[in-house]
Design a protein around this ligand. Sequence first.
Ligand code: PSV
Ligand code: MN
Ligand code: MN
Length: 431
Amino acid sequence: MTGFFISEDLLQSENAARRSVLDEDFAALSRALARRGIDSETLTRSVMAFGVAIPTWGVGTGGTRFARFPGPGEPRHLFDKLEDCATIHRLSRATPTLSPHFPWDTTSDYAALRDVAAGYGLAFDAVNSNTFQDQPNQAHSYKFGSLSHVDGAVRAQAIAHNIDCITIGRQLGSEALTVWIADGSNFAGQSNLTQAFDRYLESMAEIYAALPGDWRVFLEHKLYEPAFYSTVVSDWGTSLAAAQELGPKAQCLVDLGHHAPNVNIEQIVARLIRFGKLGGFHFNDSKYGDDDLDAGSIEPFRLFLVFNELIDAELRGAKNFAPAYMLDQSHNVTDPIESLLQSAIELQRAYAQALIVDRAGLAVAQAANDALGAHLELKRAFTTDVSPILAMARLRAGGAIAPIETYRASNYRKHKTSERPPVAGTSAGIV
Ligand code: PSV
Ligand code: MN
Ligand code: MN
């Protein structure tokens, strides 16, 4: 890091101040878990191995369609974003990868970018394409769609962009492309619903053909927005059908905010796993729609139930099961670094809680049609405060017992505010 970074000394002293309390809490929790036949050391090791990718666009302050209120010291360019991602990983030890977005993260030398990231101990997860915005000097507009556009020239441009993303991703060491399109319609009759999906499938087949042998493509569905009457890839059924038609390298990506209110997302996850088509996640939370709020901040029980399905699949060795975990959030009123730290912790919490479900007890209750007994098995795990396990996992991995407190004590943002004078008109790649 060229500028300020959180020193090992500060990390050590912040940890030292909290160490004895953590040891006490960890020992007490270990005893309580042992009574349930759970080994806290094994659990801690599992948590240490859990990682989620940071979206590069998430470290800048987000905005709404009404306004964006830039935060002090926010990243001016990709290399600033890397510094912030490195800081999040340094404190949390839970975010070893980045998920970049193009053209927002365009740079002239991707080999150099990969090296700088590796120097911070960071690697690249799925690359995201962007055919939902027009870029300066672009030949054709995406106003009326991209991969499903009625005009073949627009489709060709969108296909070429996705193939460019694969080329960039290869240089970064990524192994997956995430495709989300904004295509859809605002008026009944505006679009031929069947033909639009046919055109999407044809375009995706060309992108699929350009995938390297060891790559996957993740199809991200979304019910509405920016199109408000129909969306071409609107739901998991459409996404699954497309992934099945395209072939084994195509899988579905579940962004938690992209569903109708009250839909049973954990059941969607179970269905996609059943067909070997769960590619990954964009984790976030929501109250009303695609709110992009911090993971676990609104519906932690739902997050736990999603992880419950994931652990169930992992334990039974489900076919083609290797989901990519990524965050996709917009931080409008918080310091993005703090939000991302907390979100990574909330994912680890849901993961650890799902790991301590008594699966044998649950199976017995389910077989006996003991509805409440089965539910209580889940509740027992969900209401267990696994915070000492998470903190111990961070400590042992070289991170912070209390990431947000340590971050605040470091004055990182204040330092970056003087190092990163605001650049007029920058949006940090945030929409
Ligand atoms: C669309 O709402 C989405 O969830 C897709 O993942 C985009 O790539 C991302 O948001 C960008 O903000
Ligand atoms: Mn998303
Ligand atoms: Mn979204």
